[in-house]
Write a protein that binds this ligand. Structure first.
Ligand code: DP6
Length: 359
């Protein structure tokens, strides 16, 4: 247990209030894949914070002296009660109660909605847990007004990690780093930090168009997926590769070497899927249309010298990353050549962003 983040202020005030945050999703360039107990990643990961794909979460809280150790909360997702989400949330509250014991004396009503369609195949856990953790920190601030901004966001990231690992990277932008790396002295396995190193101006305003190849629910849950790294024949090499790719992308970000950036981003995406394809049990999460799109992107890049590249999450959807100065041309390319490979021709235009907003 890490004691830095334990709330141990004396006295328990009678409080009541509302907190609301909007927090974006993020897309990993260096992938988090594999974890140790307590949501500790096997390797460092690096992500771009997004703008348009976000969750809005509101907590109404009120003191209530409860007789036992149970949490009292209800969750409304897009206006409806969600029992299955409530069970997941219970696991989260259980993980954080040591750090936020005040939650046990509160009655909470949590309301959440997403800017992207529920069944789009875009995971909402990163944006949801980051927004929720910020609201929890607002409650903590209500109890202890001395909390400093730095601690507020660090602990929010620490809590978000306990909800979903990648969520801890949604607390800051435009680039976040989570997981210990000897290259970054402030890096931590416990929370993400804003990427402080130099980022060349060519990476300002990176666009991310999410091509919705498959809007269905994921075939492999994240916990099952990460578990596949335990005892995987290639896991040690994968961890080494992630460290090495982090070093390379750090250099690309600094020097503005877009070709190196593209190489690393695509290797990371394919390596993530290669790990799943070679684990026991094994999974193929890409669909034929995912491969068609990759082929089209590679051809387009060869023909036009474009700086477009792709990355993938643990699913079939493609994130296309490209610079702002190619926006018009690439939007054209997407609508003419790629949208036919998307479910109902759908895709979502997003871009790199700065992080959450208090509402
Ligand atoms: C492939 O953060 O969803 O998107 O910690 O079990 O909630 P849990 O996993 P999650 O895993 C995300 C994995 C990934 C890569 C990444 O975002 O780094």
């Amino acid at each position: 247990m890490n004691e830095t983040f334990v709330y141990n202020s004396l006295g328990n005030k009678n409080i009541k209030g509302i907190s609301q945050w909007q927090s974006p999703s993020n897309i990993a360039l260096i992938k988090y894949w594999g974890k140790k107990p307590d949501q500790i990643p096997m390797n460092p990961s690096l992500s771009l914070t997004l703008t348009n794909c976000y969750s809005k979460t509101r907590i109404s809280y009120q003191s209530e002296v409860l007789s036992n150790d149970d949490f009292k909360f209800s969750l409304l997702f897009e206006g409806k009660r969600e029992i299955s989400f409530e069970n997941k949330l219970l696991t989260f509250f259980d993980r954080i109660k040591h750090y936020c014991p005040y939650l046990l004396n509160l009655k909470l009503i949590i309301e959440s909605s997403n800017s992207f369609p529920h069944s789009s195949g875009i995971a909402s856990s990163a944006s949801f847990y980051s927004a929720l953790s910020l609201s929890i920190m607002d409650i903590e601030k209500h109890l202890n007004s001395k909390i400093e901004k730095d601690f507020f966001f660090k602990k929010a990231s620490f809590l978000a990690r306990l909800g979903s690992g990648s969520a801890c990277r949604s607390l800051m932008g435009p680039v976040s780093l989570w997981g210990e790396s000897e290259l970054f002295k402030d890096s931590s396995d416990l929370y993400a930090i804003k990427y402080q190193n130099e980022i060349n101006a060519v990476f300002n305003d990176v666009n991310d168009t999410v091509l919705l190849v498959d809007k269905g629910k994921k075939d492999v849950s994240s916990s099952l997926g990460h578990g596949l790294m335990n005892g995987h024949s290639f896991s040690n090499d994968r961890i080494k590769q992630a460290h090495n790719n982090l070093k390379e992308i750090k250099s690309a970000l600094k020097t503005g070497d877009y070709d190196l950036f593209i190489k690393i981003v695509e290797i990371e995406a394919l390596s993530l899927h290669a790990m799943m394809m070679t684990s026991d049990p094994c999974f193929i999460l890409m669909k034929p249309n995912t491969l068609q799109i990759i082929k089209e992107v590679w051809e387009y890049r060869k023909e036009t010298n474009s700086k477009i590249c792709f990355t993938l999450d643990a699913g079939a959807n493609i994130h296309l990353l490209y610079p702002q100065n190619e926006y018009e041309k690439i939007q054209n390319f997407i609508s003419l050549k790629l949208s036919i490979f998307c479910e109902n021709g759908e895709y979502i235009n997003d871009k790199i962003g700065v992080g959450p907003n208090k509402l």
